[in-house]
Design a protein around this ligand. Structure first.
Ligand code: GLC
Length: 475
């Protein structure tokens, strides 16, 4: 089986080169920001914890609020993420907490952040000819984080005219930089709180976000006008960014519903005038009511949706199936993932759903299917894995070289999960269509074990890289 998979990888990269010659333009929206990365060192959290109210902290870990008003909320989120190894993002609601983080942790690296910015860079590096990212704040640091900037175009208005410019020419010096703090941790790291010790099960990251634009799903007017002019030439639109909206007194339910409805109208306008395919990467939601509204409003408009296992559990929970959601979080059984994906695709009448985990991917698509999603999942894995290995965005030649690297190998856990899934599908009477795909009545299901690297250089944005590679071959 492993040999057959190697051949699929080679074939997928050939298909990707071919697709890149055909694809003209891609839109990436809506969230772009600056990520300040801090690599956690052992011992430093104990020092910070000692400055805080430990009883309050323990309570907040037991009853997480998913948003940050005080330093203890921030530490609770970080420790919870470290304890479970689950990637999370919590929104900072008080500026003084953002200031306190800046005083207490070093800025180890400044990186492109947010789905729209990350996928724009990933696609540019792969060789997509023109990419139109939505960039809410065009501060100097933000525009400098675009690579291959000849391929990136940003609409700019002046004296009643609209032009598409390179990021460096679109800079707005007065724009506030939108900063998200990324705390990367390694497997095996230990933190002590009172007598208890937390041991990190797998490498991942916790994000603490202080950002007044993306957290309100701000959309730039010039971007809206600009896209109208070029939408005819656009093949794909990759979207995300709904996950940062959190209901509060100054951002009540009507406000987030207004933002979701506004983007829905925008996406529908794009679809009316062009054949653009729209792919949504879900991301971790701090507010499950916002997640439910996003799913319900966008499900008719989008062509496909990708998400990881934590996000799948969130979706199932917010759509009312708590028990199944818990089974997914516990994570040991592939049947729970399968049930969850079937529940989601049926409940929302979706066309395509793709679950990406570190060890494997499962895609389900409604019949009749036009694309073999095995190749798309491999393309997604290649783009993400190359980023994990090098910490950089890679082109196809670089990806080919990385695949030869001995440190990269097919996940044993992924292969094992496949055997359990095959048994389960067999029990349900689903016929195999090939080695890794199955007929499920109205749908086709594909499974792919992932190539992984033991110690990734970084974990932030890997899901976004996956979505970029995947979408190029999925539509
Ligand atoms: C979220 C975060 C952003 C990060 C991205 C990576 O969108 O807000 O800071 O770069 O996730 O996927």
């Amino acid at each position: 089986m492993e040999k057959g998979i190697e051949e699929l990888y080679n074939c997928s990269l050939r298909k990707l080169s071919h697709a890149l010659r055909k694809i003209k333009c891609v839109i990436t929206a809506f969230n772009t920001n600056i990520d300040i990365v801090h690599f956690l060192r052992s011992g430093e959290l104990e020092r910070v914890i000692s400055q805080c109210d430990r009883r309050e902290l323990v309570k907040k870990i037991q009853k997480p609020k998913n948003k940050i008003f005080r330093n203890e909320d921030f530490l609770a989120g970080l420790l919870l993420s470290m304890k479970t190894g689950e990637g999370m993002e919590w929104i900072i609601k008080k500026k003084r907490v953002a200031d306190w983080i800046r005083e207490n942790f070093s800025a180890d690296d400044y990186r492109m952040g947010g789905f729209a910015g990350i996928t724009a860079n990933a696609l540019a590096r792969l060789g997509v000819k023109t990419i139109y990212p939505h960039v809410p704040s065009l501060s100097e640091l933000q525009v400098r984080l675009f690579i291959e900037s000849d391929k990136i175009r940003i609409p700019v208005e002046a004296e009643g005219n609209l032009w598409f410019k390179k990021p460096s020419e679109a800079v707005r010096y007065d724009d506030e930089p939108l900063i998200h703090w990324i705390f990367e941790y390694r497997a095996g790291m230990e933190v002590g709180i009172n007598e208890k010790r937390i041991v990190v099960p797998q490498p991942n990251r916790f994000i603490a976000t202080w950002d007044e634009k993306n957290t309100r799903l701000y959309v730039d007017e010039t971007f809206v006008k600009g896209v109208k002019k070029i939408i005819d030439e656009v093949d794909l639109a990759l979207i995300s960014g709904y996950h940062m909206m959190v209901e509060s007194e100054c951002f009540p339910k009507e406000d987030y519903l207004k933002r979701i409805r506004f983007t829905k109208r925008l996406l529908n306008e794009w679809k009316k005038t062009s054949d653009v395919k729209i792919h949504l990467e879900l991301a971790f939601f701090a507010d499950l009511n916002v997640l439910r509204a996003t799913l319900i409003h966008l499900s008719e408009t989008i062509d496909g949706i990708s998400l990881n296992e934590g996000e799948l559990a969130q979706c199932i929970n917010c759509l009312g199936n708590r028990e199944l959601s818990r089974a997914i979080i516990e994570g040991s059984k592939i049947e729970a993932f399968l049930e969850g994906l079937i529940f989601l695709i049926r409940k929302l009448s979706l066309e395509k759903v793709i679950l990406h985990t570190k060890d494997f991917c499962i895609a389900i698509s409604r019949k009749p299917v036009e694309r073999d999603l095995l190749y798309a999942m491999i393309a997604g894995n290649c783009v993400a894995m190359a980023k994990a290995v090098t910490g950089k965005f890679c082109n196809i030649d670089e990806i080919r070289e990385i695949l030869k690297n001995k440190k990269v190998s097919l996940s044993v856990k992924g292969l094992k999960s496949f055997r359990s899934l095959r048994e389960e599908l067999n029990k349900r009477g689903c016929q195999p269509l090939g080695n890794l795909s199955f007929d499920m009545d109205k749908y086709i299901l594909w499974f792919m074990p992932m190539k992984i690297v033991k110690n990734p250089l970084s974990t932030v944005g890997l899901g976004d890289c996956f979505a970029a590679g995947f979408s190029l071959l999925a539509y």
